[in-house]
Write a protein that binds this ligand. Structure first.
Ligand code: APR
Length: 258
């Protein structure tokens, strides 16, 4: 493993009341979900302006749905990895723990994380653009072409945030609260270039959090971090849990309670 876990980080986590993990596509890479800007990244192969904007959807809803149906199938085939599972173990260790994710793959919830702020939506949800009715993934995957609302016949869209759209208010406000109250804030597997999400690690640091970045490559955030742990999340996060619990495995038991 490339990075070793510092005694400072272990001490900080053990004494922390609020710990937050901010995640991007990199944490799901080891599950087989492609990242966006990596060498084989989605935005290297496809144009976001043709697939992930309201204009693209209005212009060619068939193409956009074809792509989201493809992504739904890819994500349905994968499983949470050791990185997701280590965050569930950390949640059990800390009095207050939150995950703030840019990912739409639902893998944090599938791993068992309970407090998850989904800034960019969730690919397993869909809704009607006319009446707002929620439409199940089964119904969407069973339909061909552009799915229609069973109630009003309106166009159905995936419940994800497209470029140029506002983030869901409750999720954003929850994320800001978690960032500002963090004693330790992890930024994991994100290139930290997409705003407003990328402002959260800096917000946490300005509020006094110990900022730790986990990524195999440096990002624009690296110079602002108190620690940069260079390597894959699926290796580094379990190592952090082992170091904090002083165990060889991640079968973590609570260190302290309220
Ligand atoms: N562990 C940790 N980090 C990794 C791993 C890994 N195994 N593999 C890759 N990474 C890092 C890459 O080095 C890169 O910095 O994950 C980052 C992924 O960056 P992006 O592909 O830009 O993904 P992300 O930061 O999540 O993108 C933000 O942009 O396209 C929009 O809405 C989309 O939520 C997405 C947002």
């Amino acid at each position: 493993m490339t990075a070793s876990i510092s005694p400072t980080l272990v001490r900080r986590i053990r004494s922390a009341r609020h710990v937050t993990a901010f995640t991007g596509a990199g944490i799901s890479a080891e599950s087989g979900v492609p990242t966006f800007r990596g060498t084989d990244g989605i935005w290297v192969k496809f144009k976001p302006e043709e697939l992930a904007t309201m204009d693209a959807f209005m212009r060619n809803p068939e193409l956009v749905w074809e792509w989201y149906v493809h992504r739904k199938k890819v994500i349905a085939e994968v499983r949470p990895n050791a990185g997701h599972e280590a965050l569930v173990a950390l949640e059990r260790l800390c009095p207050h723990f939150a995950v703030i994710t840019q990912n739409i793959d639902n893998l944090h919830r599938r791993a068992g994380s309970t407090t998850v702020y989904e800034l960019h939506g969730n690919i397993e949800r869909n809704y009607c653009m006319e009446c707002g009715e929620r439409v199940s993934n089964e119904a969407v995957l069973a339909s061909s072409g552009v799915p229609q609302c069973p109630s009003c016949g309106g166009k159905v869209r995936p419940d994800v945030v497209w470029f140029g759209e506002m983030l869901p208010e409750n999720e954003w406000e929850g994320a800001v609260r978690a960032a500002r109250s963090s004693d330790v804030f992890f930024s994991i597997g994100t290139s930290a270039v997409v705003y407003p999400a990328a402002s959260l690690p800096l917000m946490a640091r300005e509020s006094g959090a110990y900022l730790v970045e986990i990524n195999p490559e440096p990002t624009p955030l690296t110079d602002h971090a108190d620690e940069f742990l260079c390597g894959p999340a699926g290796e580094i996060l379990p190592a952090i849990v082992r170091a904090v619990t002083g165990t060889r495995s991640t079968g973590a038991s609570p260190i302290h309670s309220d």
